[in-house]
Design a protein. Structure first.
Length: 419
């Protein structure tokens, strides 16, 4: 969940809760105030009755209107009436229905006789007024809430824009591209500090990477001449006529070791060139024809092991450097032959979406997490451990997907042209 969505959700829930609570408080407060006003009106009517009785020594006429009802009921001498206000209901003759009202119960004495007095005032208009005020208030609060949410969303997105720009640059950051992270202007101190530190960190990483890459390239180049000299001297020494079998065996081991070292050095230089995209020449290649040429080149090796080769090749064209495609297929097909079992099989499947090369071999799967790492190789292999690393780097340069699976006894490497 995004931070902004989480913030808006919490903010919305807390705001709604606050509105509900304050809405109830507001409703009951308004109701209390207006009820108090009705009670004051009833007290005024009560005082008018008392004044009339005091002045005229008789009860006023029973009064009934749409909003006010006054009723007198004789009671015994010993009966008492508690003076109180109550919410009641009365029948409205005009509307022909019961309506809500507020009644003041009191008593009055006229000529030695006691009467219970009921003064009832209609509260229909009061309740309608409370309801109207409450609805208007809710409408205003709802509109205010919507406006605040919209403003908050726009404002928060604008405030977080520098952070999002920095995050986008971090996601796209690639050492091979040599493009650092550029600072994003922000008036917010925290974002400004973040941008400054991330920019400085990217520059340090690029500098360290460049230093390491330069050292590797220089070391590999410098090793080429001594290795060539060693190989040349070994060729001369191996032609010495008086060399014993023991000496010849030692010389052969040294020669093979230097040969592997030379091959490793060449692979390291090639990997460095691929990582730095120093092989820019691209051309459109009919990959099916290229694969058929490769299988012809490997025909002797497949025949030597008695391997059965099955091809299902659609006519597919891709734009790629010819040398890199050659390296990619050499490694995948070479591994499929080298690590296969006698009388095994190789299946090559090509369609516009993918190229997959499957082969029989070991009965257990390879470690998919490490096979594409540098210098990973099986214990029995005499290679450099850079073959699949080269394949992986070539696929990464062209945006191809590369994965390995082991299923039904087949080791399958798949290149997806649309990763």
């Amino acid at each position: 969940m995004k931070l902004l969505d989480r913030y808006n959700r919490v903010n919305l829930l807390s705001t709604i809760l606050m509105i509900v609570v304050t809405g109830f408080i507001y409703y009951f407060t308004i109701s209390y105030i207006l009820t108090g006003q009705v009670d004051k009106d009833l007290l005024v009517e009560e005082n008018e009755i008392f004044d009339y009785v005091k002045l005229n020594h008789r009860l006023p006429q029973v009064f009934k209107s749409d909003d006010l009802h006054i009723q007198f009921t004789p009671i015994g001498t010993n009966d008492t009436v508690d003076r109180k206000f109550l919410n009641t209901r009365f029948f409205d003759a005009r509307e022909r229905e019961e309506e809500t009202g507020r009644t003041l119960f009191t008593s009055v004495t006229v000529g030695g006789r006691h009467y219970k007095v009921e003064i009832t005032e209609s509260t229909v208009e009061t309740e309608d007024l409370i309801r109207l005020i409450f609805i208007i208030t809710l409408g205003v609060i709802f509109c205010l809430l919507v406006v605040l949410l919209l403003i908050n969303r726009v404002l928060m997105r604008k405030l977080w824009d520098p952070f999002n720009q920095t995050l986008t640059q971090i996601k796209r950051f690639n050492l091979a591209d040599q493009n650092g992270i550029h600072p994003v202007e922000s008036k917010i101190d925290e974002f400004h500090d973040l941008n400054t530190e991330v920019t400085a960190m990217s520059q340090r990483v690029l500098h360290d990477y460049q230093s390491l890459k330069t050292f590797t390239e220089n070391a590999s180049h410098e090793l080429m001449t001594p290795l060539a000299v060693i190989m040349s001297k070994l060729d001369i020494l191996m032609q010495v006529p008086d060399m014993t079998d023991y000496q010849g065996g030692l010389m052969s081991e040294v020669y093979d070791t230097v040969g592997r070292l030379k091959k490793l050095n060449r692979s390291m230089l090639l990997l460095s060139r691929i990582e730095n995209r120093l092989m820019p020449t691209q051309e459109e290649i009919e990959i099916a024809l290229f694969i058929r040429k490769k299988t012809v080149e490997f025909q002797e090796l497949t025949a030597e092991k008695g391997l059965k080769l099955t091809e299902a090749l659609d006519p597919v064209k891709i734009t790629i450097n010819r040398d890199l495609l050659n390296i990619l297929l050499n490694n995948l097909l070479g591994n499929a032959i080298l690590h296969n079992r006698p009388e095994g099989m190789i299946i090559i499947d090509l369609n516009p979406n993918r190229l997959s090369i499957s082969n029989t071999g070991a009965d257990s799967p390879l470690n998919a997490d490490t096979i594409f790492q540098r210098f990973y190789k099986s214990p029995a292999s005499e290679g450099t451990g850079l073959g699949l690393t080269l394949v992986s780097q070539i696929c990464e340069n062209y945006g191809y997907g590369l994965n390995y699976i082991f299923q039904d006894g087949l080791h399958t490497f798949t290149i997806r042209f649309s990763a």
